[in-house]
Design a protein around this ligand. Sequence first.
Ligand code: UGA
Length: 431
Amino acid sequence: MKIGIVGSGYVGLVTGVCFTLKDHEVILVDVVKEKVDAINKGISPIYEPGLDEILKEALERNILRATTSYEEMMKEADVVFIAVPTPSKPDGSMDVRFIEAVAKQIVETLNKMEPRNLVFVMKSTVLPGTTENIFKALILAGIRDEWKGKISFTMNPEFLREGMAVEDFLNPDRVVIGADNDYGREVLVKIYRDFVDNEKILIVPIKVAELIKYASNAFLSMKISFANEIGNLAKSLGIDVYEVMEGVGMDKRIGRAFLNAGLGFGGSCFPKDVSALLNFGRSLGHEMKLLEATLEVNKKQPSKLVDLALKRYRSLEGKEVVVLGLAFKPNTDDVRESRALELIKELLEKGVAKVHAYDPKAIDNAKTVLDDERIIYHNSLESALGSADIVFIATEWQDFADESLYEGKEVFDGRKVIKGEKAKYYEGICW
Ligand code: UGA
């Protein structure tokens, strides 16, 4: 099949590149020329384990290319996936301007083409109703009558984790397909049947597919905040919450995953999606108390770690500290909504004179969002650790797990990276 993908960011690129593994021909469209050029040269604009190799092979086989032209893509594609961002507005609600812009481009392109069967697939995370009431409505309102009846609209949410995206794409727990007609549904089932067994394909109405994505991210976020809430209680009782969650997670109905207590969740998805769902629910008259509490617990976690240090030193005024980890989780350079950055802000607010920060991958990104003369970014772990004796661990990079790094140090661990066996003093956030 010929597959078009609008948006060659993280989701679009991984999806498109992985489709080539089953010999589909993929054409990626992006408005950013540099990204298009890089992809065509075999340079992935994002880092994902395994992605570069598949991209290079697809280019060599001549079954993948990127372009800035909708026309070039749509004159060939049988199916068009939409994978553009749906960021938050300042009030936390979802911003649909990219979806609207794509719909406009599609209308202009369709009106220059002869009608034929075409399937649109919404891959972006969008609130229930968006695919039909905004995307489909805009397209149907703008196109020539001959096109009507030829176009199918579907929704197929992604469940890829950063750093594991290729693996998650190739071994998904489920593939959710929402469709407004049989043709669209069958085309998508045909594509995904090459990747998963039938039992893993769930066919639902479009709105249900949209809500499955939000409910999944909200539930995982809630699990983390739950572990943190119990963790804060456990800490005050002198209990290690990881021992508690081991016992809790052995119950199959609960499961152990996403019960790792610590500084909380960050990244480009959980905080944004929970806020958008909260806002959406409220706009329909629902209180959404669990979502509200999930965000509230998450917001306060970094200050819990700072409080532990305040308890020990009474004041942090004028002190120099080390912060290890800036990325929102290990194995990525992404600092969006990273709890590590919130921790640094909190430390500076408490009067810390200097923060010596280090991360194996995320320093450049951190610099662009956290520029303060009191923050010194170090190029090596040794240099950061050599600069001060009070150490905060904010991201669970494997590089930080060596106990001997912390000899003579006073460590406040936000991610249970070490046991603190060699440290002069050790305190965990929820253990
Ligand atoms: C998340 C979901 O896991 C994916 O299924 C989803 O497709 C994706 O969002 C998305 O909507 O695009 P991701 O943001 O890459 O993926 O990261 P996760 O691995 O889920 O971690 C999110 C945050 O939760 C990280 O800050 C991590 O440190 C934190 N976390 C995770 C915990 O604090 N405790 C845990 O037990 C697990």
